[in-house]
Design a protein around this ligand. Structure first.
Ligand SMILES: Cc1cc2nc3c(=O)[nH]c(=O)nc-3n(C[C@H](O)[C@H](O)[C@H](O)COP(=O)(O)OP(=O)(O)OC[C@H]3O[C@@H](n4cnc5c(N)ncnc54)[C@H](O)[C@@H]3O)c2cc1C
Length: 256
């Protein structure tokens, strides 16, 4: 089954046209498609690859034998609410971390050293079940082939409200304008925001796209920003940072 999605509305950065997207209702071979989640880390070009999303069959939360079994189409907000209600620890970082569990695990999303992989037990893809120790992952990166359909976590009791407050505070300087989160990964031992600011691009605007004046590593849409303007800013930041600091910035946002 296909569905037409307007990516200007669907993605958090509010860029993209209307495209036909395959909706997946059961586990199978969808290798001709690029799977996406809630579009919180995406910059959709005018010519994206064939895209697919998971259907609501993959939106569920279950508990079995001390494990939390979560469908990959389940949103971070839904899992956070569940953990709060059932006094489950270690999911406090999901507050204000938008996405579906498939996207969050694929990106190893997180905040500093708190990452979604920390309490992961295993994942299910079309190729089978993979334990965390058998998956190659690092900061905002995993080598997961294929589509994640289900993710499983260890359960420990004790939802920590103070920890959640701390995470919220750590996000104080994040802008409220439409964005796709951090634009670039932090190079080892450095902050991408610091580098962008120090080449004079904090608040720099092309068309309706801008490196936020609140946090330079957030590429924000001021209203009717376009893919082309976003790419111009990305290229400019890469060039200037390379020239001044000799550092190659790597995109955290995914361009499709
Ligand atoms: C305001 C804001 C704040 C943010 N803050 C943070 C932050 O603090 N930390 C952080 O890490 N990120 C942050 N992000 C980025 C975003 O929340 C994460 O990258 C999240 O994991 C994206 O999930 P998604 O479902 O939207 O995935 P999408 O953006 O749709 O996709 C992201 C990637 O995951 C892949 N993918 C999606 N679903 C699956 C699946 N089922 N199987 C396999 N691959 C899949 C896609 O192919 C793509 O490569 C922020 C974004 C916004 C807008």
């Amino acid at each position: 089954m296909f569905k037409i999605i307007n990516f200007q509305k669907y993605t958090s950065i509010h860029i993209g046209g209307e495209h036909k997207v395959q909706v997946i209702h059961e586990i199978g071979d969808f290798s001709n498609f690029r799977i996406i989640g809630r579009g919180n880390n995406l910059l959709i070009s005018n010519t994206p690859p064939a895209l697919a999303i998971l259907g609501e069959e993959f939106d569920y939360i279950e508990e079995q034998n001390g494990l939390l079994i979560v469908g990959a189409a389940t949103s971070s907000g839904k899992l956070l609410t569940y953990c709060k209600k059932n006094n489950i620890a270690h999911f406090e970082l999901l507050a204000k971390l938008p996405g579906n569990m498939g996207g969050l695990v694929k990106m190893n999303a997180g905040l500093k050293q708190w990452e979604i992989f920390n309490y992961l037990h295993s994942i299910k893809t079309e190729k089978g079940i993979f334990k965390r120790k058998d998956i190659s992952y690092s900061y905002r990166h995993t080598k997961i082939d294929g589509i994640i359909y289900e993710v499983v976590f260890h359960i420990e009791k004790g939802y920590d409200k103070e920890q959640q407050k701390l995470f919220n505070k750590m996000r104080d300087n994040q802008p409220n304008l439409p964005s796709a989160g951090s634009c670039f990964k932090n190079p080892e031992g450095k902050s991408a925001g610091y580098l962008i600011e120090n080449v004079g691009l904090k608040g720099y605007t092309i068309g309706d796209m801008s490196f936020s004046s609140e946090h330079a590593n957030f590429l924000v849409n001021l209203g009717s920003g376009t893919f082309e303007d976003a790419m111009k800013l990305i290229t400019l930041a890469k060039e200037k940072v390379k020239e001044k600091f000799g550092v190659t910035l790597e995109l955290e946002i995914e361009v499709l």
